[in-house]
Design a protein around this ligand. Structure first.
Ligand SMILES: Cc1cc2nc3c(=O)[nH]c(=O)nc-3n(C[C@H](O)[C@H](O)[C@H](O)COP(=O)(O)O)c2cc1C
Length: 413
């Protein structure tokens, strides 16, 4: 009997041919914030490689939401490029999703064109930058931009959108007491901190109508003391169910505070700083080299690393749920599906090999060859997303990656 993994599943108005989705993972392939041939080639290869749906990531809902120069923006001028991309993905009977987000305080004027914005005024050490706390009318504008972005996604031929409400991006910055210090009706109590998410989701659901599936990526936990824990994140998920989202993608972590919690494995400090340009990021290069290991907590890799927490969400919610994080083997994927998650998502296995799903299905492999060195994550700072196995590297970089692989494989024991 064929595994349930390879049977169709429904998300809102759409049906996906199997239960494996390429998770949103920033490709850094869009100079000028426009879809490129390289982005199309990558997602076409992933579609051909057997996933049920592939998620393009991430697209800023407006200029202030951009964190990188080679990131997509949801501008109407990009519709023909989106159409070309989604047509190509659809040729393989694969659905196309686009992650919509706003990075909030994790940007720089050079990229987002203004003083970075966030839930509260202050200083963000991660960028590092001063941050302008959004006024209510600015919040309403950004919420509306979420709706506009959904309409652009529909015109661009996408079957689904994924709203980024986790990982310390803007919605998550409002939710978390670590970044939300407001004294008005959007800060303080937990229900107040959820109001910006409500505003965005109301715009999203109205724009989506029944024309496109709405997924939301949300945290099982922020991953550090002072952020949201599992119980509070379950309340956020229940709210998203009430607001009408069609499927939640359960992840975790907070990029500006607990970045390795998102993906686990080696912390690629030296590869990361190697790729930071001296000219524009000298301060960050020096800072991360000197203090990175002190500031960023080690997070050993293990298979299905959010499963335990996510099971608590499964008990509390009726809606379809997708699990992401360390589903790098057939065993973990099956375990997730058999535990009641309707969908599974993976990022690094498909950076390592876009054909991984076909190989799994045909029984040619049982697990991904990804070694969790996280070179791909370091690289997106100023190059395109690639696995180190597909790159020509300096001897120094090779040595660093070997060290990272050793750490990741030890931490896996
Ligand atoms: C190179 C890279 C870029 C990523 N960019 C994003 C992103 O833009 N949005 C997002 O929600 N998650 C992003 N992630 C996190 C992944 O979607 C996923 O949650 C995480 O890697 C764990 O899944 P995995 O073990 O299958 O890699 C990224 C991961 C990688 C490796």
């Amino acid at each position: 009997m064929e595994s349930k993994l390879f049977t169709p599943g429904k998300i809102g108005p759409i049906e996906i041919k199997n239960r494996i989705i390429r998770a949103s993972a920033f490709e850094a392939m869009c100079p000028g914030h426009k879809p490129s041939q390289q982005l199309k080639d990558y997602h076409t290869a992933v579609a051909k490689g057997g996933v049920g749906m592939t998620s393009v990531a991430y697209a800023a809902v407006c200029q202030s939401g951009l964190s990188f120069e080679s990131q997509l923006i949801m501008d109407p001028s990009n519709i023909p490029g989106f159409k070309d991309l989604t047509d190509s993905i659809h040729r393989y009977d694969t659905k196309a999703c686009i992650q919509l987000g706003h990075c909030g305080n994790m940007s720089h004027k050079r990229v987002c064109g203004c003083l970075p914005v966030g839930a509260s005024t202050g200083f963000n050490l991660y960028s590092p930058t001063f941050v302008h706390g959004l006024t209510e009318s600015e919040m309403i504008q950004i919420a509306k931009k979420h709706g506009d972005a959904v309409r652009i996604a529909i015109e661009g031929g996408f079957d689904a959108v994924e709203i980024h409400a986790g990982h310390g991006y803007l919605i998550s910055q409002f939710l978390s007491p670590y970044t939300n210090h407001r004294r008005d009706q959007y800060g303080g109590s937990f229900s107040n901190r959820m109001k910006f998410m409500d505003m965005c989701m109301n715009e999203v659901m109205e724009a989506a109508s029944d024309k496109i599936a709405v997924m939301v990526k949300t945290n099982t936990s922020d991953g550090f003391k002072g952020g949201l824990g599992v119980s509070e994140c379950i309340e956020v998920a229940k709210r998203l169910e009430y607001l009408g989202a069609h499927c939640l993608v359960l992840s975790g972590g907070f990029v500006s505070r607990a970045p390795m919690y998102v993906m686990k494995g080696a912390m690629p400090i030296s590869t990361l700083t190697d790729y930071m340009p001296w000219k524009s990021l000298w301060w960050l290069k020096i800072g991360v080299n000197l203090f990175g290991k002190m500031m960023i907590k080690n997070e050993p890799f293990k298979e299905a690393f959010f499963l335990e927490d996510a099971l608590r969400f499964r008990e509390e919610l009726k809606m379809p749920l997708a699990l992401v994080g360390g589903l790098h083997s057939r065993e973990s994927l099956e375990k997730a599906i058999n535990s009641g998650f309707e969908f599974t998502e993976m990022a690094r296995p498909l950076v390592h090999d876009p054909d991984f799903v076909n190989k799994l299905r045909e029984g040619k492999v049982e697990r991904s060859g990804c070694q969790h060195a996280n070179y791909c994550v370091a690289r997106i700072w100023n190059k395109d997303m690639q696995c180190h196995e597909n790159c020509t590297l300096s001897a120094r970089m090779e040595k660093e990656i070997r060290k990272n692989i050793k750490y990741a494989s030890l931490s896996n024991k």
